[in-house]
Design a protein around this ligand. Structure first.
Ligand code: TYD
Length: 194
């Protein structure tokens, strides 16, 4: 089983990932949390771009994410799935379908470039207003706040546009972590029992 956790920076997905892993472990499942971008060679280049140390076009950024993801699928994701491990993806190709769409690329174009990637069983998108998310992460970022806010609004819109995707569940994340997790667990249980 492959569970993908998504959302804008500051949405609380790391907290929910930990709660979900703990719950699944308690039930005796074998789980692994995998994060993208990775620490591999392509991931390192991406971190340089994301931190402004290196310039790239949106198309180049997408290509780097895809190279990073191909390596991740081959080396970690597919082997874990083959072992029967439940894979919790803290960002996966749905991040590209939101962030790189916000950067100006077409969503179906991006989706079609991910034929190589095993599909998630469920994609949880933790949704909240950008202003609330930024309040949560304030201090963590040195990026220009206004620029960041405008960009994240586009990312949020791109995530919300994925609502009709059959794998996607939009989770209202303006609630306590416990309340959010209650819904997460209900949604995950539905696909787990299928
Ligand atoms: P994030 O998980 O938010 O990193 P941090 O540990 O710093 O919170 O991911 C880093 C950034 O990468 C985030 O702003 C989203 C971006 N990103 C994309 O633009 N496309 C992608 O495909 C992925 C996986 C991430």
């Amino acid at each position: 089983m492959l569970i993908n956790l998504e959302g804008i920076d500051g949405c609380g997905k790391s907290t929910q990932t930990k709660l979900l892993q703990t719950k699944l472990d308690e039930l005796g499942e074998t789980t692994v949390v995998l994060k993208e971008p990775t620490n591999g060679p392509h991931g390192q280049k991406l971190w340089d771009i994301l931190h402004g140390k290196r310039k790239a076009t949106n198309e180049e950024i997408l290509e780097f994410f895809i190279l990073d993801r191909k390596q991740h699928v081959n080396e970690k994701i597919q082997p874990a799935l083959d072992d029967g491990t439940i894979v919790l993806m803290d960002r996966y190709y749905y991040s590209s379908m939101a962030y790189q769409v916000a950067g100006g690329l077409d969503v179906e174009y991006i989706r079609n470039k991910h034929d190589f990637a095993p599909n998630p069983d469920i994609v949880l998108i933790f949704d909240l207003p950008v202003s609330t998310a930024l309040e949560r992460v304030r201090g963590r970022s040195e990026a220009d706040e206004f620029e960041k806010e405008e960009h994240l609004k586009k990312v949020r819109e791109a995530y919300l546009n994925l609502e009709s995707d059959p794998l996607v569940r939009i989770v209202d994340s303006v609630r306590t972590p416990e309340e959010i997790f209650e819904e997460v667990w209900k949604l995950v249980s539905e696909v787990r029992n299928e």
